[in-house]
Design a binder for this molecule. Sequence first.
Ligand code: BES
Ligand code: ZN
Length: 431
Amino acid sequence: MMSVLLTAGLVLSVNAAYAQGPGEAPNSNAASAFDNKIIKKISADNMYNTIALLSKEPRTAGTPGELKGAQYIKGQFEKYGYETELQPFAFYDVVRTNVSGVLEIGGQDLKPYVFSGSFSGEVTAEVVNAGKAILGTVPDAVKGKIALVERGDNTFVDKVKNVIEKGAVGVILYNNTGTANNVGVADPGQNIPAVTVTRAQGTTLAEQLKSGPVTAHLKVTGSGYKVGTSYNVIAKMKPNKNKDTGQIVMVGAHHDSVPGGPGANDDASGVSAVLELARVMGNMPIDTELRFVTFGSEEKGLLGSYHYASTLSDTEADKIVAHFQMDMIGSKDAGGDNKANGLIMYTIDGKKNLVTDLASAAGVRTAMGEAVPYGQLGRSDHQPFHELGIPAALFIHSPLEPWYHTPADTIDKIDKNKLQETAEIVGAAVY
Ligand code: BES
Ligand code: ZN
């Protein structure tokens, strides 16, 4: 926990909020002088302006848009007096430019879907039925051949892995239902072309194989992986040397967006609150290290936060007592009629922890005026912290807005009141 002084302040204000007995007048302004040091300084206009600036263009991981955003964030942290670092990391980025897939059997092109990340290559070989390509069931006969594989029971990546291990030179996946063929994912390093056909095409091919060999010509172009560079932006404020709890409190958001999406709410909103809290806390005497981080490549699979977590030594990880993650905290169109304006704290295990306890109490004391509920969900950068045993939670509004991951996730959908409430809660809880 924080120092005696900070703890006392916190406990006092929590008690003030809860001390009200039956029949007593509601305590409409439960914020303590202690909370007010933070919340009175938080400006929703600042946050709004940050979102407007960051959402001018997509910040897709590995693109100049991300780097520009990250450099802006770093510059702001520096202005507020923080020790900063732009932490680069490499990641495999799917290539899908002018992608094309050809699968010719008996002079006819089945016009297959190319797996996301499929290796680009060309093979002509016999087709061998490999069932569902479950580990241990792939026939030796796929060696040097194209494996016909049915969807289901294991992942696409595992299917490709299992047939590569047996020497297959290509994959034809067929769907297990419906009429669509647009599924399939391959991993970097799975260097054989992999495509998908419809269930009808697949079962026809499986039947044909029963009555004799079938040769296929499989060609994939414009697909694969390239190595990209993404960034985390780290800002640290060390406590007073003579008054140091030896602990670290972290506040995070992700600065990358989905391709083509300006990501105003997802997650320039979280970044705006991170920057605003960093600004407000920049000049405060503290006894606990504050660490503000914006992560890259969250949308690619929480890559930035996993990378960051991997760079922490055991000693450093042990010092981190809390991680507050804000992701999608400002949409006008999210939250529905739920309590707390739809704000919810998600933990990975669905259990409350230090972060949710502090923030729930802060909700009562600040503009929200009520406790924030919690639930169970991953899907954001609180995950790697939880895996390190660090109390962590995601702050988000539920239900989601209809613009989630669309080009319509723009600044005009942002609600300053939601930004203000969330930043007050997280700010008061952190402080
Ligand atoms: N902001 C979302 C996370 C989210 C969405 C949380 C909806 C709760 C409800 C985040 O940026 C995101 O889209 N995450 C990915 C997961 C990731 C592992 C690629 C997602 O949920 O698809
Ligand atoms: Zn997000």
